[in-house]
Design a protein around this ligand. Structure first.
Ligand code: ADP
Length: 793
């Protein structure tokens, strides 16, 4: 707070400037207020800066918010809005009205005409907020669109997307934006491009999107790859291994690796001489995948096996939300290895065609801003990775919620019963209760216990954001009991029902502390909004995952054996100094590990990022380059031919002829007897002549410069795309292979960079060769509409 006070004072000074325009704006007619937009744009064009316009523009939006929505942004919201304009993270508690806050910076930054985006975590929120806030932008004469559909099975056409992204303000989700970006960069022509250069974005729940989703890049999958039959074999083999002997497992680092004994066992099981011989690479890869499937991926925590439907299938779970990740699959064969473990039929392994992490996606924007209820605890990471400051905005009203100290128990059952007693206590009084669990499994256990107690309740298993939001919104009614996984209904406002404030407000019970302090804060923040009374309390046991995994070493000796009938029905709380900050310390340990692992992901992604930028820039240049494409092609052609002449040697005339038939032309004449095979100059001349002839023949056939240019572009793009897709797939595989590698002493990251770089250089060579081959050896035809049909070699 103290560190912030200087920043807050500066923000307050700007708020005063905004306030100074309040009366003037209020006195304007609707038409005069609306005319402000045009005026601001003109002043911008005349050289005024956005910073200079800010006080007046914010005052105009505030007035419009009042007229259109009946809500006048509080001063603290204006402060948040200034932070957002400055490209930083505004930490605003739940219920402080982040949705309304965003109207000011979105409007201001959209005045430039270059577009302003608001990104949320799910399409329900994007649609809801766009609909509500959209009225304000339209009132002020700006256009607004939503780039997601309520029906997620439907898709927007490229034409529609272009319209959408042309709008001044666009609401969308992080994944929709990411996929649009990737898909656009698979487009062939200008006509199927729709994004504008990325200008300004506000990311709602920025910590969730940039940090928690850091480990799962967006991937577009394409052509199937040949299915391997190693999955089943390796799965069987792995079940014969003993932990600690044949392989080791480090739960802190979440890593498994084979011991020498295990390696010998594999060699005898598979009848191999050397497991690590080059020809056994695929086997080793599948062995790693199977081992990871068994030790690192837990059923009902990391994934569920969904029966019903046609066939059982493995669906991933978001650990913290319990949400099913329907469209997401683990890459590099990990998904199939889990399927083998669960005995469900294997799905097709597909190639990754394009991929990007959220960090790299958002770094494409000239300015990023973010809002969250919980940014302060990861302030340093935001600064280090994104150069964004996190500024805590004071609440509009004083928070009077009581955050009670944790209650700690030795065993899980003790904890569960103690928390249940607490629930019964408040339920009898009539307080609404919101019970948060760390996993879907636990939420079901609580639900059945409540049922046994005869307490009616809602159970949220995070499957339908809209329904969830509705239930959460009603969870503040008298007597309501709601059981939910931690992130369910995030971002939904909970208003207290009649008479609830008098009872002390909404009671939030956390049934465990999970690996990340920010989620605890989110959970507490469901209660006590806008000065409401409320209570929050967490129940913790030494057997919780958090403590088992991240607790201090002395805990391990402290766990005492107990059997089910020994379970104390009278739970005893553990008290005393050594226990007090146990959970918080464990959380810190877990968080710094998570931060490290995000850093590693970033490092891995860096190499792909550079390659992607180069490749996409090249693609873009070629799509745009109508006139210059001849020159580009000329260059590539002479390079490839030069290499073929100077860097290859030909054993015989037949050999050279074969090479020409494979790479340059089907129509070349045989090589004459007196041709000097040892003269690179001669070979270069010969090849150039052949190339010119082939190109001329195609030009003659098409009889139109436009068609010929189209043909050239398609040939070039096809070569880029095919090779780039190979490369993306290769990088994915490489990453999985290297991150599962503990046998070698090398640093996996260094090795990855080296291999990735080499791979890229090699890809560029292949790409050029393929361009030439496509250009020279394609067969052309015209369809009845007069369009070129190209049959690639
Ligand atoms: P957050 O996302 O910050 O938790 P919301 O944007 O969901 O909060 O807003 C919480 C509630 O407060 C909503 O019902 C909203 O309509 C209301 N609200 C926000 N700002 C104001 C305001 N200035 N005046 C009146 N109501 C407001």
């Amino acid at each position: 707070m103290i560190k912030n006070s200087f920043q807050i004072r500066r923000l307050q000074a700007i708020v005063h400037q905004v306030n100074a325009f309040e009366k003037e704006m209020a006195s304007l007619s609707d038409a005069a207020l609306q005319a402000k937009t045009k005026e601001f744009k003109e002043r911008l064009a005349e050289g005024e800066s956005l910073d200079e316009l800010l006080p007046e523009a914010y005052a105009a939006v505030r007035e419009a918010d009042r007229r259109v929505l009946g809500m006048f942004p509080y001063e603290v919201q204006v402060m948040g809005a200034v932070v957002l304009h400055q490209g930083n993270v505004a930490e605003m508690a739940t219920g402080e009205g982040k949705t309304l806050t965003a109207t000011m910076p979105l409007y201001l930054n959209a005045l430039t005409g270059q577009g302003a985006l608001l990104v949320t975590t799910n399409s329900y929120l994007a649609l809801r907020d766009a609909e509500e806030m959209g009225r304000v932008y339209r009132f002020l004469g700006l256009s607004i669109e939503t780039a997601v559909l309520a029906d997620e099975s439907k898709e927007l056409t490229p034409e529609r997307k272009r319209e959408i992204y042309q709008a001044d303000i666009v609401y969308t989700t992080n994944s929709a934006l990411g996929f649009d970006y990737l898909i656009e960069n698979l487009a062939d022509t200008k006509a199927s491009q729709y994004l504008r250069p990325f200008h300004y974005v506000i990311i709602d729940e920025i910590d969730s999107i940039l940090l928690d989703s850091a480990q799962t890049p967006l991937i577009i999958s394409g052509a199937p790859r040949v299915q391997s039959n190693f999955y089943g074999i390796m799965d069987t083999f792995v079940t014969t291994l003993k932990e600690g002997e044949d392989y080791k497992y480090d739960d802190e680092k979440n890593e498994v690796w084979m011991t020498l004994k295990g390696i010998r066992a594999a060699e005898s099981f598979l009848d191999l001489q050397h497991l690590f011989a080059k020809e056994n690479q695929e086997i080793v890869r599948h062995l790693n995948l199977a081992l990871r499937a068994h030790k690192l991926y837990k059923k009902d925590k990391d994934y569920v096996v969904r029966e019903g439907g046609k066939e059982a299938e493995v669906v991933l779970l978001d650990r913290s939300t319990g949400r099913l990740l329907e469209m997401t699959r683990l890459q590099g064969g990990q998904h199939q290895a889990i399927e083998a473990k669960e005995g469900v039929s294997l799905t097709q392994e597909t190639r990754a065609m394009a991929s990007i992490t959220y960090q790299n996606l958002f770094k494409l924007f000239r300015k990023i801003a973010g809002m969250t209820g919980t940014g302060k605890v990861v302030e340093r990471e935001f600064m280090e990775t994104y150069s964004m400051a996190v500024i805590k905005i004071p609440t509009n009203r004083k928070v009077i919620r009581q955050d009670l100290p944790d209650q700690l128990y030795q065993t899980l059952p003790e904890k569960v019963f103690a928390s249940l007693d607490e629930v019964k206590h408040y339920h009898a009084k009539g307080n609404p209760l919101l019970i948060f669990t760390g996993s879907v499994e636990m939420s079901e256990i609580y639900s059945s216990l409540l049922l046994r107690e005869g307490i009616a309740h809602n159970l949220l298993n995070a499957n339908n954001a809209a329904r969830e939001a509705q239930i959460i919104a009603e969870s503040g009614q008298k007597g309501a009991v709601t059981v939910a996984t931690s992130m369910a209904g995030r971002g939904t406002d909970i208003k207290l029902g009649a008479g609830v404030a008098e009872l002390g407000g909404l009671v939030v019970i956390g049934t465990e502390r999970i690996e990340n302090q920010r989620i605890d804060l989110q959970i507490r923040g469901r209660s006590g909004r806008q000065g409401d009374p409320g209570i929050s309390k967490f129940f913790v046991s030494l057997e919780d995952d958090l403590l088992k995994k991240w607790g201090p070493d002395w805990l391990k000796t402290f766990y005492r054996d107990y059997s089910v009938d020994e379970v104390q029905l009278q739970p005893t709380q553990l008290r005393g100094r050594r226990f007090r900050s146990l959970a918080a310390k464990a959380q810190r340990a877990s968080e710094s590990a998570a931060k490290l692992s995000r850093q590693l992901t970033l490092d891995f992604a860096q190499s792909m990022k550079i390659q992607r930028q180069l490749t996409y820039a090249e693609r873009d240049r070629l799509i745009q380059a109508e006139e210059r494409i001849d020159q580009e092609i000329e260059q590539v052609l002479s390079q490839v031919i030069h290499q073929a002449a100077y860097e290859r040697s030909y054993a015989s005339r037949a050999d050279l002829y074969r090479y020409i038939l494979d790479h340059f032309s089907y129509h070349a004449e045989r090589i004459s007897y007196d041709f000097d095979l040892y003269s690179p100059e001669k070979i270069e001349q010969l090849l150039l002549g052949i190339a010119r002839e082939e190109l001329q023949a195609k030009k003659d056939y098409l009889r139109s410069d436009k068609l010929f240019t189209d043909f050239q572009r398609i040939c070039v793009l096809k070569a880029i795309d095919e090779n780039w897709i190979e490369q993306v797939d290769y990088l994915q595989q490489l990453k999985t292979a290297l991150s599962g590698q503990h046998f070698s002493m090398k640093n996996p990251l260094v090795e990855y960079y080296q291999e990735a770089y080499d791979g890229f250089e090699y890809m560029k060579e292949r790409m050029k060769q393929q361009m030439v081959k496509n250009l020279l050896m394609s067969e052309l035809a015209l369809n009845p509409k007069g369009e070129v049909i190209t049959y690639f070699p």
